[in-house]
Design a protein around this ligand. Structure first.
Ligand SMILES: *Cc1c(COP(=O)(O)O)cnc(C)c1O
Length: 346
């Protein structure tokens, strides 16, 4: 039995032996009482790393974004957000459902940014007809796409001028930081990106390879509000230090290695270029998108089944999504490429 090459998402990683050891050794308490030392240490570590006063450990990125939007906004406020961003499109409308906060989605430009003119045009005047525009939420990386630093500077400066608070969904902030640091210090780059925002959410369970968990970073006051919302959302965890220890281990050991995931995504892309029926988007980080074009579109479901039969898991009808991560190596990527090539050779 050959091992699976699971390219569906970077969430599928299992904790390494060293990470499990760190989890087993973690000193624990009850985090709802605030005395789980491993959770407290993680919160201080990520807040310090990204240059914030405080941080909150939460079970998921979805809950982290929910806590952020609800901590920034009141009922009847709105947040300006991109159509394809997770905290608009992929979170069940949670901010509207649980917080009565209205999203104001905006179409993305081809490079993933939101046009500054569109942001400005979306901000409503102070008038009872309108929801109160309160927050601008951005995402980096956005589906594996890097949002340029100069754009982040311009967009957050505009938000400030318009009186909007700013939130970054940085589920994959460290992927962005590693790619944008271009061999320099990814931690310094992550901090440079994060410091443009009033709050930042980071996922530990994506490319960083922890089993569970995200952190929301912000001012002490914002995080105190977020802690209350986390409790209401059922996210107050008890001996969560075992999970925090995994996240802390990931911050120490799994940040720089994200460059390997990015290199493997490029290797996979290069191996697929030239196959008739495929249009390969050059990957910027660890997510590769491949469109099936022309007659190949009719074979989309068959392709996914063929890959699964070969032990290669991917998702995306008509648009394959292939994500590299800690549990995929060069041999796995080459096997995936060979399986795709074999399918189109028939
Ligand atoms: C995965 C993801 C989330 C949500 O994380 P979960 O832990 O799955 O809830 C939020 N934002 C982005 C950009 C993500 O990729």
């Amino acid at each position: 039995m050959t091992t699976l090459v699971d390219l569906r998402s970077d969430t599928v990683t299992r904790p390494t032996a060293a990470m499990r050891a760190a989890m087993a050794a973690a000193p624990l308490g009850d985090d709802v009482f605030g005395d789980d030392t491993s959770v407290n240490a993680l919160q201080e570590k990520i807040a310090g790393m990204l240059g914030f006063e405080a941080a909150l450990f939460v079970p998921t990125g979805t809950q982290s974004n929910l806590c952020a939007v609800l901590a920034h906004c009141q009922r009847g406020d709105e947040y300006i957000v991109g159509q394809m961003q997770h905290c608009y499109r992929w979170e069940g409308g949670g901010a509207a459902v649980f917080g009565s906060v209205q999203p104001q989605p905006i179409a993305h430009q081809p490079d993933g940014t939101l046009a500054l003119a569109d942001i400005e045009a979306a901000v409503k005047p102070d008038d009872p007809h309108y929801a109160r525009s309160r927050l601008l939420a951005l995402e980096n990386t956005l589906g594996g796409q890097l949002i340029p630093m100069t754009y982040i500077e311009d967009a957050t400066a505009l938000a400030r001028r318009l009186g909007l608070a700013t939130h970054l969904d940085g589920a994959r902030l460290f992927n962005a930081a590693v790619a944008q640091a271009a061999g320099g210090d990814p931690y310094a780059q992550a901090r440079r990106i994060a410091q443009r925002f009033d709050s930042v959410s980071v996922c530990f369970s994506k490319g960083l390879g922890a089993p569970v968990g995200s952190a929301l970073c912000g001012s002490r006051e914002l995080i105190a509000r977020a802690r209350r919302i986390r409790k209401m959302a059922g996210g107050g965890m008890r001996q969560a230090g075992m999970l925090a220890a995994a996240a802390s281990h990931a911050l120490d050991h799994h940040v720089e290695r994200l460059a390997e995931d990015h290199a493997l995504a490029r290797r996979l892309a290069d191996a697929l270029v030239g196959i008739d029926g495929l249009r390969v988007e050059p990957p910027q980080t660890n997510m590769l998108f491949v469109d099936l074009v022309g007659a190949a579109r009719d074979r989309s479901a068959a392709l996914l089944k063929h890959l699964a039969d070969q032990g290669v898991l991917a998702i995306g009808l008509y648009r394959l999504r292939l994500v590299t991560h800690l549990d995929v190596d060069t041999a796995g990527v080459d096997r995936a490429a060979a399986a795709i090539r074999q399918f189109f050779a028939r």
